[in-house]
Design a protein around this ligand. Structure first.
Ligand SMILES: [Ca+2]
Ligand SMILES: [Ca+2]
Ligand SMILES: [Ca+2]
Length: 418
């Protein structure tokens, strides 16, 4: 009986909407400044535990999901077990999704990551513009114009039916600003669902299969189809197919490498996460290829490397690096690393590698241990190997300059004699 009534009301509402609003504007993507996923999760959690507390009762087992969205504990993209998203071991709000937040809010700061040539990079890193575009596309798949109409018009118009069905749980709906106690402010429906959909679009962009499956499941749950329509879905345009999202797993997933330093985001998380903090140390590492796990932070005042910065060496030529130490207690031991790995037998203050090939290109660093067992590292030096004959030979340049000067001098001498 209720089902038939719902269907009738739905039909009527669709008809009215169809007549009065023949076309809907495409919903604009959020402003990047809104994409603070930790704040979005907490805002949704607060609404769910206050104004929308009735959802917890109505949804039964599925409500477990809504209690898992607090920023401090939220980790819901590890795949689906018993219809509930499970953890993947990396907190979402201040860590996994914060990578997206940093990239879309500070694109110019990270614009060089795709170059693949920054100190510490072994491959190209993520492109902030691609992340913004992918995120916006995914958000617009989830928050469609149909979804907007559902939240602002259809759902409020069906509210009396919902309330009639669950009079003990569901409060009446009121329009702000005059919302009496015990009445739900209509605008909070949009606030809650929009926050959740912004988070979901983030999971979709992270892009590993587990995340995508979680998104699909949660998107279905968000529709509240079964609750409202007794099994026949009201919202037909929520995107449930994981393959339809724009995914960037090689950069943004747990096993991705956002900054191209050869360490996965999860490896950097395990080393740098301060799970009680806002994740600043993790973000500083995961989007910076010269900060990576297992690294000794450079103490350039104590260990100075020559030459520094980026050096170019011809194939067949030599790499020649040395360090000078200051204020360290003897005995001192030295080891040299390339790409973070120790170079066999390189234990003196000077590193010479002769007859180099392209395989010798990379990031070199000297790690020094002193009597106090203190570990000190030089700055990193990037060695670029170029084909033979690319670099002008210094003596050749010198000879050319001297020849030019001599001939000019000779001309002057000749002129004076005239
Ligand atoms: Ca996670
Ligand atoms: Ca990395
Ligand atoms: Ca890093």
């Amino acid at each position: 009986m209720l089902k038939q009534k719902s269907f009738f009301v739905m039909l009527l509402v669709s008809l009215v909407i169809g007549l009065s609003a023949p076309s809907y504007a495409v919903q604009p993507p959020p402003n990047p400044s809104e994409l603070d996923f930790c704040a979005l999760l907490d805002s949704a959690y607060n609404l769910v535990t206050t104004d929308f507390a009735f959802l917890l009762e109505l949804l039964g087992d599925d409500a477990a999901l809504l209690t898992m969205i607090q920023c401090a504990v939220a980790d819901i993209n590890g795949g689906i077990v018993d219809n509930i998203p499970t953890p993947n071991g990396m907190l979402d709000g201040n860590y996994e999704l914060r990578i997206i937040k940093e990239l879309v809010q500070n694109p110019s700061q990270y614009a060089n990551l795709p170059s693949g040539t920054l100190p510490g990079q072994t491959r190209p890193g993520v492109n902030p513009t691609n992340v913004l575009n992918a995120y916006n596309a995914n958000y617009q798949k989830l928050y469609t114009d149909g979804m907007h109409v559902f939240l602002t018009t259809t759902l409020p118009s069906l509210w009396p039916i919902l309330q009639g069905r669950y009079p003990q749980q569901v409060p009446p709906l009121c329009t702000s600003p005059n919302v009496p106690p015990g009445c739900l402010d209509k605008t909070k429906i949009v606030t809650l669902f929009r926050s959740l959909l912004m988070v979901l679009a983030g999971f979709a962009t992270v892009g590993d299969d587990a995340s995508a499956n979680s998104v699909a499941t949660v998107a279905s749950l968000l529709a509240l189809c079964d609750v409202l329509s007794q099994g026949s879905c009201l919202v037909t345009d929520i995107e449930r197919n994981p393959n339809n999202y724009v995914k960037l797993p090689q950069f943004l997933s747990k096993e991705g490498d956002a900054d191209g330093d050869g360490y996965t985001n999860f490896e950097e998380y395990e080393e740098f996460a301060d799970v009680k903090g806002p994740g600043d140390a993790f973000i500083a590492a995961v989007l910076n290829p010269s900060i990576y796990p297992g690294q000794v932070p450079p103490s350039e005042d104590k260990v100075k490397i020559y030459p520094s910065g980026t050096i170019r060496v011809e194939e067949g030529g030599s790499i020649d690096l040395r360090v000078e130490i200051k204020d360290l207690v003897a005995p001192i031991s030295y080891r040299w690393t390339k790409g973070g790995d120790d170079i066999d037998g390189a234990t003196s203050p000077r590193l010479i590698i002769r007859d180099v090939t392209s395989a010798d290109a990379g990031i070199y660093q000297c790690i020094v241990t002193d009597a106090s067992k203190g570990l000190y590292a030089s700055a990193q030096v990037r060695v670029v190997i170029v084909p033979e004959g690319t670099i002008p030979v210094a003596s050749g340049i010198g000879l050319a300059v001297i020849t030019a000067l001599c001939s000019a001098g000779g001309v002057m001498v000749l002129r004076r004699r005239k």
